[in-house]
Design a protein around this ligand. Structure first.
Ligand code: MF3
Ligand code: CO
Length: 275
């Protein structure tokens, strides 16, 4: 962990698990509204994403959808970030900056990360989208990451510990790798986080580790669960733009994320599509 850095990595590295925001039922319902808007936005982006469309067009649609839904894009201006989504294509893992010159082509694998604020409450979610026909290996990688995210969410239990989530993500990733005869890398420098009145709040949530460690999960906590997997080695590199994180070995990477609340009745998926 590279503590003391600026930007998202610095923000995440400062989260020690000592100051976790507890939300009332009403506050979680407000977070659900923000989360539903994020889900709506990601669905719209997914509809538009196809060969010939630029990541700047995806960003414009996302910003419009968020604002029309009564929200504010939380990424825009965050530590100076210039867009409303992160659009990370192929070997880009996270924090890819949308660009008119990045035009999607058949076979690309794009991760879109989106955050919105509604009435002061944050939602944060990401999906990986295959562009046209992609390789079996890419589909398996994305499915592994999505399954790992859901395994992590299933481990969100009042009375449990934070690292139970980390462990569930790791185990699901390892099981998928065995099944796929692959050797997936789990990105270590980035991970999930508390969320609520800010996007990145205590605690930092690693995507691997032993169970039974860290703060106890209590009703009213909210977390973003977000594994990032690579098809090769887990090492990352940041591009000269100061944002885009890529795999050091050039292998493809994927990212899935949901914001979820801890309740007495189990995990509440705040960024699921509106019911
Ligand atoms: N959802 C991203 C994360 O949790 C946040 C992106 S911040 C931005 O890491 F500024 F890069 F947009
Ligand atoms: Co996040």
């Amino acid at each position: 962990m590279n503590r003391g850095r600026r930007g998202v990595r610095g923000a995440l590295a400062r989260l020690r698990g000592r100051d976790i925001e507890i939300k009332s039922r009403g506050e979680l319902e407000a977070m659900r509204a923000a989360g539903a808007l994020v889900a709506t936005t990601l669905a719209a982006v997914q509809q538009l994403a196809r060969p010939g469309v630029s990541t700047a067009e995806l960003d414009a649609l996302a910003e419009q959808t968020i604002r029309e839904g009564g929200g504010v894009p939380s990424f825009l201006g965050y530590h100076g970030y210039p867009a409303s989504i992160c659009a990370s294509v192929n070997e880009q893992i996270v924090h890819g900056i949308p660009s008119a010159s990045q035009v999607l082509t058949e076979g690309d694998l794009i991760s879109v990360d989106c955050g919105a604020i509604v009435d002061g409450w944050h939602g944060d979610a990401a999906v990986t989208i295959p562009i046209g026909a992609v390789s079996e290996a890419d589909l398996a990688l994305s499915a592994a990451c999505e399954a790992a995210m859901h395994a992590g969410i299933a481990a969100v239990r009042a009375g449990g510990r934070l690292s139970d989530i980390s462990h569930a993500v790791q185990v699901a990733t390892e099981q998928a790798a065995l099944r796929d005869r692959a050797d997936y890398g789990i990105v270590a420098e980035y991970g999930g986080h508390g969320i609520g009145t800010s996007m990145h709040m205590d605690p930092f949530l690693p995507n691997f580790g032993d169970p039974g460690q860290g703060p106890r999960l209590r009703p009213g906590m909210a977390l973003a669960v977000e594994p990032m997997l690579t098809a090769g080695e887990p090492e990352t590199r940041e591009l000269a733009d100061g944002w885009t994180v890529v795999t050091a070995d050039g292998s493809r990477a994927v990212h899935w994320e949901h914001s979820v609340a801890v309740t007495e009745d189990g995990p509440w998926l705040l960024t699921a599509p509106a019911d």
